[in-house]
Ligand binder design. Structure first.
Ligand code: HEC
Ligand code: HEC
Length: 303
């Protein structure tokens, strides 16, 4: 009995309204640091919206201001956090922000969107120079995740602005990138045969990102290539397993007797060949990944 009473009292205490958020920049900054700057930083920030500083946030995006001081309901920032405008932010959610976190951002805007105490100069931490991900000679997933985050997952995720991730392909986690969609998207150790690379380079149509241009920069593509050729390491540095048996399709131009756009495959006695495509002609290859990562052709045809 006693314990029941205690539980009821505890529940009553929990139901008390939370203290109203103070509406300070410090609260907002902590949220942005934790959930937003991963994508919204530097030159590659989506829509030019940089969330690393008060000045960046107030400068807004290519579309204009995202914060209207004193008017949370008119601020695009809030609409994105609640999902009133899509895609909802943070783009890599769920989880999205807690209601209390959204309330803190609203309170800050309602309070006039004040900057750091002492002004921008007091708080101006020198922007940290981005570390060169290739400096140590190996690229891990955490070093390429922001490329997918900034350019791909607005469509290729559950939070997709399309009805469903196209071709079943999600690019919002290490496991989903490796799993691919209807077919393989990344073949660890073989960037040239990986559909992700073929799409961002425009070797395969339609080129990605689907709503481009802009396309990925040369540096971004080079980083993705290095990550895949280096074995598609996890964030912890573990090489990806060989996706034995996974299905793959390459539509391109024959650059050798058993090579499409520089990606080698193997013809086996089981390969079905219709109108053997000659070097220089357009072809479609369907195959599976063998135990050693080689591409075993199942079907090759002229296109
Ligand atoms: C995984 C990457 C990623 C993360 C994390 C992320 N965003 Fe975004 N954000 C994007 C992309 C990509 C777009 C452009 C999408 C589009 O076409 O609307 C965008 C757009 C926006 C916009 C729209 C700007 C405009 O001009 O309409 C706002 C506002 C925004 N983000 C705020 C945030 C906030 C706040 C957070 C953290 C709570 C956040 N984002 C986290 C990738 C991200
Ligand atoms: C605006 C939405 C959108 C964005 C952004 C986008 N994609 Fe796509 N993606 C699509 C659509 C739609 C398709 C299906 C197109 C088709 O092949 O007809 C697709 C197909 C693909 C495929 C082929 C999958 C298969 O099995 O054939 C790959 C790989 C791919 N995208 C990778 C990417 C990468 C990498 C990025 C980011 C650099 C990206 N996409 C950004 C919409 C998008």
């Amino acid at each position: 009995m006693r314990s029941t009473v205690c539980t009821a009292a505890a529940l009553a205490a929990l139901a008390l309204p939370l203290p109203a958020p103070a509406g300070t920049w410090a609260e907002v900054q902590a949220i942005l640091q934790e959930r937003c700057v991963f994508c919204h930083s530097g030159d590659a920030a989506p829509l030019g919206l940089v969330l690393e500083s008060h000045a960046g946030l107030m400068a807004g995006s290519e579309n204009g201001p995202v914060v209207v001081p004193g008017a949370p309901a008119e601020s695009a920032l809030i609409a994105r956090l609640t999902g009133a405008a899509e895609p909802r932010m943070p783009l890599d959610g769920p989880p999205f922000l807690e209601p209390a976190q959204i309330a803190a951002v609203e309170a800050w805007i309602a309070a006039g969107a004040p900057g750091p105490p002492g002004g921008a100069a007091a708080a101006a931490a020198p922007p940290s120079a981005p570390a060169d991900p290739m400096a140590d000679g190996r690229v891990t997933y955490d070093e390429v995740a922001a490329i997918f985050g900034r350019h791909c997952i607005e469509c290729h995720s559950e939070n997709s602005k399309m009805e469903a991730p196209p071709e079943g392909l999600r690019l919002d986690s290490y496991a989903s990138v490796l799993a691919g969609g209807d077919r393989l998207a990344v073949l660890p150790g073989n960037a040239q045969a990986s559909e992700v690379i073929r799409r961002v380079e425009g070797l395969a149509e339609p080129r990605m990102p689907f709503d481009g241009p802009p396309w990925l920069t040369g540096a971004e593509i080079a980083l993705l290539r290095a990550w895949i050729d280096g074995g598609a390491l996890s964030a912890g540095g573990v090489p990806a397993p060989v996706p034995v048996g996974a299905r793959l399709r390459i539509r391109g131009v024959m650059t050798g007797a058993s090579e499409i756009d520089g990606a080698a495959f193997e013809i086996t006695p089981a390969t079905r060949i219709d109108d053997r495509p000659s070097v220089g002609s357009a072809a479609e290859l369907r195959g599976r990944i063998g135990p050693d990562g080689r591409i075993l052709a199942e079907r090759l045809r002229d296109r």
